[in-house]
Design a protein around this ligand. Structure first.
Ligand SMILES: *[C@@H]1O[C@H](CO)[C@@H](O)[C@H](O)[C@H]1NC(C)=O
Ligand SMILES: *[C@@H]1O[C@H](CO)[C@@H](O)[C@H](O)[C@H]1NC(C)=O
Ligand SMILES: *[C@@H]1O[C@H](CO)[C@@H](O)[C@H](O)[C@H]1NC(C)=O
Ligand SMILES: *[C@@H]1O[C@H](CO)[C@@H](O)[C@H](O)[C@H]1NC(C)=O
Length: 362
């Protein structure tokens, strides 16, 4: 080969390496929780596909025999200890006409496939860290996968490995869809999301400043900053809204610069939804939690000795006259035994819950 051709050839060969190296050379990698090469490019393409897919409710109205489904999203970094209880919960619908399951499991913690309805329901996942934007990313990944997977998914409910159901699947399904089934052709906003949205928590200002003074501006002025439980049930419209969002995510993904934990996953979703579509949010989470005696940001962890039919009934109730808690956390893995013992007679017994249907109206 002549020298000019040789030079061209070498340049040509080195092109792929340039592409490989270039993300490291760019000064944009200031998020320590992202891998250094092209931050979340695969997520971005997933999110784009999920929000541009043509599947909408309008298609469903023409096929009247297709029922809407609930997407159950599990976000975990350890084994799903309550899989047998959830398995029982789902068993009333063996052909999965009413639900789908998606699991995001931290790939570094070797979470076992629980089998049964959970088998093969793992989505491509990345490592998560407590009190970091990685939990938001994981949730957005779950929402995007569920949006893409089945256009019949109309509600998207998020759980951790410590969450349990407090009612049967049939009850939960009717509770969520009872207003919607009769008018499924109505616009997406006909449904409402169950997401807690609070503006009066004592540490709110500190958590707002956690990423630095003024960095949230102008997108998120303090008077729009909200807090709420990470565990929500979103409508399909709101799931798309979250996955599509870049504006607020650009702010909430910034790392905390203080020593105080700032729990961005408890702020991002309530702030975004209350800014964009507050009237279609109930402001209420369906997942009961007990903050009495909380420690280091962890709520009360129920032990087997505390589990009883009375506790299940107490957890179902809420101070909001028109709402109920359909799920609860946080339970230690050892609670599985007493919970399974009363699953048929208490938790999933529909005759027991007639009184709830009567006194709850949305
Ligand atoms: C998860 O379950 C598998 C099999 O059931 C077990 O081998 C593994 O040790 C468990 N992992 C953890 C973190 O407990
Ligand atoms: C269904 O929803 C649409 C759109 O909101 C509304 O115009 C229509 O009247 C509703 N139909 C019934 C039967 O409620
Ligand atoms: C909440 O947790 C406290 C202990 O921190 C316990 O005494 C109380 O009974 C719990 N409340 C309910 C409703 O479970
Ligand atoms: C209901 O309100 C009472 C009194 O304000 C409070 O002590 C209790 O924790 C509330 N329960 C729930 C489930 O919010």
């Amino acid at each position: 080969m002549s020298p000019p051709i040789l030079v061209s050839f070498i340049l040509f060969l080195s092109l792929p390496f340039l592409f490989l190296l270039s993300p490291q050379l760019l000064p944009t990698t200031h998020f320590p929780f992202f891998s250094s090469s092209s931050p979340d490019a695969d997520d971005l393409s997933l999110f784009r596909r999920a929000t541009t897919s043509t599947s909408t409710t309008r298609h469903l109205s023409t096929t009247t025999n297709q029922k809407p489904k609930i997407a159950f999203l599990f976000l975990t970094n350890s084994n799903l200890s309550f899989a047998p209880l959830w398995q029982k919960f789902f068993s009333s619908d063996p052909n999965r006409h009413l639900f789908n399951i998606y699991i995001h499991a931290d790939p570094t913690s070797a979470v076992a496939d629980p089998g049964g309805v959970f088998h093969g329901r793992f989505i491509p996942s990345k490592k998560t860290y407590r009190s970091s934007p990685t939990l938001i990313s994981a949730t957005r990944r779950l929402l995007a996968n569920a949006l893409l997977d089945d256009p019949l998914n109309q509600y998207f409910a998020l759980f951790s490995q410590h969450c349990i159901p407090l009612f049967s699947l049939r009850f939960v399904y009717n509770y969520l869809f009872r207003n919607s089934l009769t008018n499924f052709s109505a616009s997406q906003s006909y449904y409402r999301s169950f997401i807690e949205i609070l503006s009066d928590e004592p540490n709110l200002y500190g958590r707002y400043l956690a990423r630095g003074e003024d960095v949230m501006l102008p997108e998120v002025p303090y008077h729009h900053f909200r807090v709420g439980s990470q565990f929500f049930t979103l409508t399909r419209g709101h799931a798309k809204l979250v996955v599509r969002d870049q504006r607020l995510w650009r702010k909430f993904r910034l790392p905390s610069i203080t020593n105080e934990p700032c729990y961005p996953e408890e702020h991002y979703f309530p702030t975004l939804l209350s800014m964009v579509d507050p009237n279609c949010c109930t402001g209420f989470t369906l997942t009961r939690v007990n903050w009495t005696g909380s420690w280091n940001g962890h709520p009360h962890l129920y032990t087997p000795e505390e589990v009883s039919p009375e506790l299940v009934c107490e957890l179902r109730d809420s101070n909001w006259s028109s709402y109920l808690h359909l799920f609860a956390r946080k339970f230690s893995p050892e609670c599985l035994v007493p919970l399974m013992d009363m699953a048929d007679d208490v938790i999933f017994r529909d005759s027991e819950v007639g009184k709830y249907i009567l006194h709850t109206k949305l």
